[in-house]
Design a protein around this ligand. Structure first.
Ligand code: NAD
Length: 285
């Protein structure tokens, strides 16, 4: 099953990349788009993002076979409530939110009978945001996690085929497991990157100019993701609280162990730890 009309709600990095990837794949679907800010809608019209840019979410979802919620996680529930009465029977609603348990709780209750809800999360992104940041190859060979939640097998399989056409590999996952995996591979690393920039900023004996000038020594690579959108990341931590706190607790324990090794001059512990973690890191391309 392919979709004749796709509605993108929210026109930032993730949705705009979906649009360009759809066009690259030659998908015939008509794509309508909506974003809350009129400035974003104007930009979308100017750069030709979407076949139709609508001035309301209700208008964008009219007759759509697939509706993609691509707004910050904290806004998903409100958007779902607004569009619910306008959904076509048999349509599929999906989202791209970075957290799944909270999105299911917030969006699920608004999905009318006869409409499928198939949550998803493309594991791809950059530190850039907004309608002009998207590009067609964002999803190439990246994973898109599909979190079926009571939807029909047909609707779930159709969404998998759709993401595969955008270039992604797909894997199904339970919501709680998804949130834990993402806390490890994405959420807490972002938090630590933000923190490292905060530490550098707070350290009065090292000037901002020195940080910028000498940042090639680890800081630049390590903190690239700290340039990411603050609304998105605020919502991620507010909604993935449990898993984030669990991983943050583990991280703090490891950090304290290394802190102790440094203080006591325990070179063996440091060497063994770095050797072990280097092996793991080298296995990641
Ligand atoms: P973005 O900031 O680039 O775009 C968000 C868009 O949503 C903007 O167009 C904004 O105007 C619009 N918006 C915000 N509130 C709205 C509302 N109430 N109604 C309608 N439009 C609204 O963000 P993004 O990076 O595209 O992220 C979108 C979603 O994708 C988020 O849920 C995020 O968790 C998820 N995600 C992001 C990444 C990433 O690396 N950026 C990766 C995977 C998933």
């Amino acid at each position: 099953m392919s979709y004749d009309k796709v509605a993108l709600i929210g026109l930032g990095l993730i949705a705009s990349s979906m649009y360009w990837a759809m066009k690259r794949a030659g998908m015939a679907a008509h794509v309508s788009g909506y974003a809350r800010s009129s400035e974003t809608r104007e930009t979308a019209r100017r750069i030709g993002l979407c076949d139709t840019v609508c001035d309301s979410a209700e208008e964008a979802v009219k007759d759509a076979d697939l509706i993609v919620l691509a707004v910050p996680v904290g806004a998903m529930g409100r958007v779902a409530e607004a569009i619910a009465p306008h959904l076509k029977p048999g349509a599929t609603v999906t989202d791209v939110g970075s957290v799944k348990k909270a999105v299911i709780d917030e969006v699920g209750p608004h999905i009318p009978e006869g409409v499928n809800f198939v949550p998803a999360h493309p594991m791809a992104g950059t530190e850039h945001s907004g309608p002009e940041s998207g590009f067609a190859s964002l999803y190439d060979n990246r994973w898109c996690l599909i979190v079926p939640h009571g939807a029909s097998e047909e609707a779930t399989a159709a969404l998998e085929t759709y993401w595969q056409a955008l270039g992604a590999n797909t894997q199904r996952m339970e919501p709680a497991h998804h949130d834990l995996v993402c806390a490890v591979v994405s959420h807490v690393p972002h938090l630590i990157a933000y923190t490292m920039v905060g530490v550098a900023d707070d350290l009065r004996r090292v000037s901002d100019q020195e940080v910028i000038k000498f940042s090639a020594a680890g800081f630049r690579d390590f903190t690239r993701i700290a340039a990411s959108d603050p609304t998105m990341w605020r919502d991620v931590f507010l909604t993935n609280k449990e898993a984030s706190l669990e991983i943050l607790g583990r991280f703090t324990e490891e950090l304290f162990a290394l802190q102790r090794a440094i203080r006591t001059g325990d070179g063996d512990t440091l060497f063994d730890y770095f050797t072990h973690t280097r092996e793991i890191r080298r296995g990641i391309l």
